[in-house]
Design a protein around this ligand. Structure first.
Ligand SMILES: Cc1ncc(COP(=O)(O)O)c(C=O)c1O
Length: 354
């Protein structure tokens, strides 16, 4: 179930003050440069978009230090995942991944009739790379890794991921989803940029939905070997993404000022969240994204905290449907929303912890 819109929530509960922190969106809004390009593109909506999205792919190529034939764009990175399943999987092929990761992966694999082997997360809610590697079989067509993982926030270090990728046979595709790349870099972690691995079987997914704030317009990209990218371009809809979506990417990718502001706000508030959660004795996990996961120890407590916060106008995500029933996830919002969340949490803490 996707979250209800803030408008629906306001109409339902009539709050004066609200903080919607449940979808890992960028509450600062959209990149102004993206908006400018979208406005310009509105004059062109009677035309079909460039099916090769050359301008945007060139800009991405320049940004990530690759050539245009290494770049595919689509209606969000979720669409790229779906295209990967369509382009590479045959009957009996299996996707190997983890439990407790990005739910769209499981949904799209199922929609394409693909068997998914899910390895349990480690006790720290991270991808268990050792076990994933041990479970490779002759059915394994691809491995999906989210770094950082959503919803747990866990980050795989540079050395760990490089070693893992080196050890995977080259006929298995390694999908590395870096939807929160900009946030992870901003947090100053030991965090790998998987594009630099330059392995022909590695495909990196990135998106304009998070730090660039254009989730609603649907634009994401993949960086991989020309052979893999060509296969993805063969299965995509001819005119995807739309010219408004291409325009959003063209503007957003140049908008360092907006991304820097967003990332700085995130880094600051992640620190504040950690500080407050530590003072309150909450069992939280360090994150590479714009969200933090807290383990409440029981499903009842996780559900009750989510409900009590919602009754006070603060919306966070109970992770029951993510196979993490004891946990909740809260997204970093604007400063006033984060402040409101922390104040409300402290106020109701005694009630739910008893
Ligand atoms: C790990 C991960 N990958 C991909 C996405 C979706 O990105 P997009 O909006 O580009 O489809 C999300 C969104 O929540 C995510 O958490």
């Amino acid at each position: 179930m996707p979250g209800k819109s803030p408008e629906e929530l306001k109409a339902e509960f009539g709050f004066e003050k609200m903080a919607v922190l449940w979808n890992n969106e960028n509450n600062h809004g959209s990149s102004p440069m993206a908006k400018l390009e979208i406005e310009k593109a509105l004059e062109q909506t009677y035309l079909y978009p460039d099916p090769h999205a050359i301008e945007l792919r060139n800009l991405i190529a320049e940004k990530v230090g690759r050539k245009v034939e290494h770049i595919a764009v689509e209606n969000g990175s979720e669409s790229i995942l779906s295209n990967i399943f369509q382009a590479f999987f045959f009957d009996g092929d299996e996707l190997l991944t983890s439990d407790g990761s990005f739910v769209a992966v499981y949904i799209w694999a199922e929609a394409h009739n693909i068997d998914v082997t899910k390895i349990p997360l480690t006790k720290n809610y991270a991808f268990n790379l050792d076990q994933i590697q041990k479970n490779i079989s002759n059915k394994t067509k691809a491995i999906y890794i989210a770094n950082p993982n959503n919803p747990t926030g866990a980050v795989i270090s540079k050395l760990e991921l490089r070693q893992f990728v080196e050890d995977i046979p080259e006929d298995i595709l390694v999908i590395i989803d870096e939807a929160y790349f900009e946030y992870a870099e901003g947090l100053g972690l030991d965090y790998p940029n998987s594009i630099k691995f330059s392995k022909p079987n590695v495909i990196t997914l990135r998106t304009f939905s998070k730090a660039y704030g254009v989730a609603g317009i649907r634009i994401g990209y993949a960086v991989g070997s020309p052979e893999v990218i060509e296969a993805l371009n063969k299965v995509k809809m001819t005119f995807a993404p739309s010219n408004l979506a291409q325009a959003a990417g063209i503007g957003a990718i140049k908008d360092d000022a907006f991304v820097n502001k967003t990332v700085a706000n995130n880094t600051f508030w992640i620190g504040k969240f950690y500080e407050t959660f530590t003072q309150m004795g909450l069992n939280f996990y360090r994150t590479g994204g714009n969200f933090v996961m807290i383990d409440l120890g029981s499903e009842e407590k996780a559900a009750s905290l989510t409900k009590t916060l919602a009754e006070n106008g603060v919306f966070i995500r109970h992770l029951k449907t993510f196979a993490l029933p004891n946990c909740v996830r809260v997204t970093v919002g604007k400063p006033e929303e984060n402040q409101f969340f922390l104040e409300t949490l402290k106020k109701i803490y005694l009630e739910f912890s008893n």
